[in-house]
Design a protein around this ligand. Structure first.
Ligand SMILES: Cc1ncc(COP(=O)(O)O)c(C=O)c1O
Length: 427
């Protein structure tokens, strides 16, 4: 099982030393949480001026709508201008929702189940079986939505270049009309940190689907969350779908949760005009309108797309040292041992770490015993089942630098100890 036996043997000779270090950390009663991709308070502070940016006379939108009152289901006019630029769609192709993109994604599925979506012959819940393609490792909350609605999840390999396995996807969707859709985080993915290629975007847009109402939930949560000057740019899937004659195939999702305030931002959808009309007709039953005052705050604060980009540079200045610390501790302790590979993301919120097969759950449990909490083993796979038990998601945004360094040191010790043990039982 080890790829570099000599190096690992050298590590094995140090087992006692590693165990001693591990026990020392255990004695410190650490309590370090590396689980969820939450912004830290310094990041949130950046948007604090938004909290009192409106005074008691500033509540009319540009078209004269009183933002304190009901109405304006599709959003205020200046928010439409800002977010259509953000999503690279026209204002007619934009839907401005409430504070959470997860909620929007949940509602797309819920409404498709209860009523069917555009191009559906029947509501999905009247069909014998519904399946969704789930490129993995992926975002655990997407998978929870499928489980909640009893939608069968079909894992799809995420390739090393950031594309989902398109050969497999094309093969499956062309033959099986029960496959109604697919999740994907196309840019700086959760947890891979990888971005999709233009060629993959075009193939997803044009592929033959047995289900006429096949939908791609294109969760572009990390659209402007760059960590280097080399920004990753991805092709606009809506435009590719249109060009291929499949305009209704995609819902492109975005939110300011990790730009302004997590849980108090603005969530948006870019999609075909027909899909937007479908969304609005259902939303009109659910709500009289979203929080227009929050929309006004966001527009007053960011002003335009370049304002969002400038703001995200301040986020990057806070996050870059944290991601560098993760890379540094991993390289110092594990480089060349052949027992782990990890991503070096240029954006997003996560580092994806692959350890030796059948070791991730044990490593995560061992780190927990030393007070370092990592995302549950398997969480990045449908049904929490990582078939190789090897993926660990590291979320370095919330803890401070000292905590990250400590947590990563503990994790590296656990990786070595568990791998050495697995190697010895393999012999
Ligand atoms: C890929 C992805 N989508 C959506 C979300 C949640 O976004 P929101 O706060 O807008 O619901 C997250 C949060 O971690 C995420 O990683």
């Amino acid at each position: 099982m080890p790829q570099n036996t000599q190096q690992l043997a050298a590590t094995a000779a140090n087992t006692n030393q590693l165990l001693q270090q591990y026990r020392q950390y255990q004695d410190q009663a650490l309590n370090l949480d590396m689980t969820r991709g939450k912004p830290c308070s310094e990041q949130l502070d950046l948007a604090n001026p938004m909290l009192n940016i409106l005074d008691s006379t500033d509540y009319m939108d540009a078209s004269g709508i009183d933002c304190r009152n009901y109405g304006g289901l599709s959003g205020i006019s200046e928010a439409k201008t800002l977010f259509s630029a953000y999503m690279e769609v026209t204002e007619q192709e934009l839907f401005i929702g409430a504070n959470t993109s997860l909620g929007l994604m949940h509602d797309i599925i819920a409404r498709s189940m209860s009523h069917g979506c555009t191009d559906s012959a029947k509501p999905w819940n009247q069909l014998e079986k519904i399946s969704f393609l789930c490129p993995a490792p992926g975002y655990d909350r997407h998978f929870s939505i499928c489980e909640h609605f009893n939608i069968k999840m079909i894992p799809i390999d995420l390739l090393k270049n950031g594309d989902p396995d398109l050969d497999e996807i094309e093969r499956l969707v062309s033959a099986d009309s029960s496959i109604k859709g697919m999740w994907f985080v196309p840019k700086y993915g959760n947890p891979s940190g990888l971005s999709v290629s233009d060629a993959a975007v075009d193939r997803l847009a044009a592929m033959e689907c047995a289900a006429p109402d096949f939908k791609i939930i294109w969760d572009n949560a990390y659209n402007v969350h760059h960590l280097t000057a080399q920004h990753s740019e991805i092709k606009n899937l809506l435009r590719s779908c249109e060009a291929a004659g499949n305009a209704n195939r995609v819902f492109m999702i975005g939110s300011t949760s990790k730009i302004s305030f997590a849980g108090a931002g603005i969530a948006v959808i870019g999609s075909s005009c027909q899909n937007i009309q479908w969304l609005e007709s259902h939303t009109a039953v659910q709500t009289i309108g979203s929080d227009k005052i929050n929309q006004l705050r966001h527009v007053r604060f960011f002003k335009d797309l370049s304002g969002i980009h400038a703001h995200m540079e301040k986020h990057a200045a806070i996050l870059v040292p944290k991601f560098a610390a993760v890379q540094n501790v991993l390289s110092t302790n594990l480089a060349g041992l052949g027992i782990a590979q990890w991503s070096t993301p240029t954006g997003g919120y996560f580092v994806s770490l692959n350890v030796m097969d059948n070791c991730a759950a044990k490593i995560i449990a061992m780190a927990k015993d030393a007070g370092v909490i990592l995302t549950e083993a398997g969480a990045t796979f449908p049904y929490k089942n990582d078939p190789r038990d090897r993926n660990i998601r590291i979320a370095p945004t919330l803890p401070n630098l000292m905590q990250i360094n400590l947590a990563m040191e503990v994790l590296c010790i656990c990786i070595q100890l568990v791998t050495i043990e697995a190697q010895s039982t393999d012999k």
